[in-house]
Design a protein around this ligand. Structure first.
Ligand code: C5P
Length: 301
């Protein structure tokens, strides 16, 4: 049977505030998610039984510890019929980068199998399945600008038009999300916060994106001290090139800059290239583009 191919987009967190600890041990968050044009490609082929996963990235497991594998298992269970899948992940989103690559792959498998197997499960049912896989997975069922509350898994779509150009700086080595949250308590220098939330102010149009911050940055640097130099350099280049925002995404290791002009973004990219640092130019995706660009039609492959 021939494979179908789907785009599995990356996200960044424009801001991330840690509000406290939930009884489950997870951290309560307030975050703004935004989808980037950067994406993996997830190829799915139907087979008679079983699940197999392979990828072109050495750091991505090919067994049941892969979150895309677990997403397929969830859909198999919902399906209740004997059917299998062969999943191939073409990775462009660096793992451990705070860009939601694995979570996005998992949500892509849920959406794709819902489509391929003709289940037509409602969003609420898919979201329930997504929550069992990871805190970031429900966001990738929705895409576009959105507020994430609770563990980051309660999603409220936002009517923000994000037109800025984005420059991603993936960071030399990925960091583990669990390790960053573990170190958070000892690096809680900013919180619990007094006064208003920058995210709430930004969503209401009262505060500039430059006021948004990521409460996990100090903990990410504690886990991977090399990120301190990345953070300094990204902010310096951002200042020199007139960036609107410079921040870390998720639990790191990626940082990003946003610009209102393509020329400024490209100038910043050249500075990084000259210093031997990788950067990736991309754009924000609206919720509509996120939906419309999901499947890669055979004539485009
Ligand atoms: O949900 P996910 O598997 O992506 O999270 C990885 C780890 O990060 C969790 O096991 C938990 O330790 C931590 N985490 C947290 N609070 C969140 C999200 C994740 O403490 N809101």
């Amino acid at each position: 049977m021939s494979a179908r191919a789907f785009r599995s987009f990356a996200k960044i967190n424009l801001g991330l505030e840690v509000l406290g600890r939930l009884p489950s041990g997870y951290h309560e968050l307030r975050t703004i998610f935004a989808t980037l044009s950067l994406h993996d490609i997830v190829e799915i082929e139907e087979t008679s039984r079983g699940i197999s996963v392979r990828s072109d990235h050495p750091g991505v497991p090919d067994d049941e510890t892969n979150i895309a594998w677990r997403a397929a298992a969830v859909m198999q269970k919902i399906s209740g019929r004997k059917r299998g899948v062969r999943i191939t992940l073409h990775k462009r989103i660096a793992p451990g980068g705070g860009l939601g690559g694995g979570s996005s792959n998992a949500a892509t498998v849920l959406r794709a199998l819902n489509l391929m197997w003709g289940h037509n499960l409602p969003m609420s049912r898919l979201a329930k399945a997504a929550r069992t896989l990871g805190a970031d997975v429900p966001y990738f069922l929705v895409g576009g600008p959105a507020l994430g509350l609770g563990r980051g898994d309660q999603i409220q779509p936002l009517d923000l038009r994000l037109r800025e150009r984005v420059l991603l700086v993936p960071g030399a080595a990925g960091v583990s999300t669990a390790a960053v949250f573990e170190r958070y308590a000892e690096h809680r220098n900013q919180g619990p916060r007094k006064g208003r939330s920058p995210i709430e102010g930004f969503v209401q149009g009262r505060r500039a994106p430059s006021t948004l911050r990521n409460d996990l940055e100090a903990a990410a640097i504690a886990v991977n001290p090399a990120l301190a130099a990345t953070a300094r350099q990204v902010r310096r280049v951002g200042r020199d090139q007139g960036a609107i925002q410079a921040a870390m995404s998720g639990s790191g290791s990626s940082f990003f800059l946003t610009f209102d002009r393509t020329a400024a973004r490209d100038a910043a990219a050249r500075v990084f290239t000259e210093s031997g640092i990788e950067s990736i130019a991309c754009a924000f995706l609206s919720r509509r583009s996120f939906r419309e660009r999901f499947e890669i039609k055979p004539e485009k492959r």
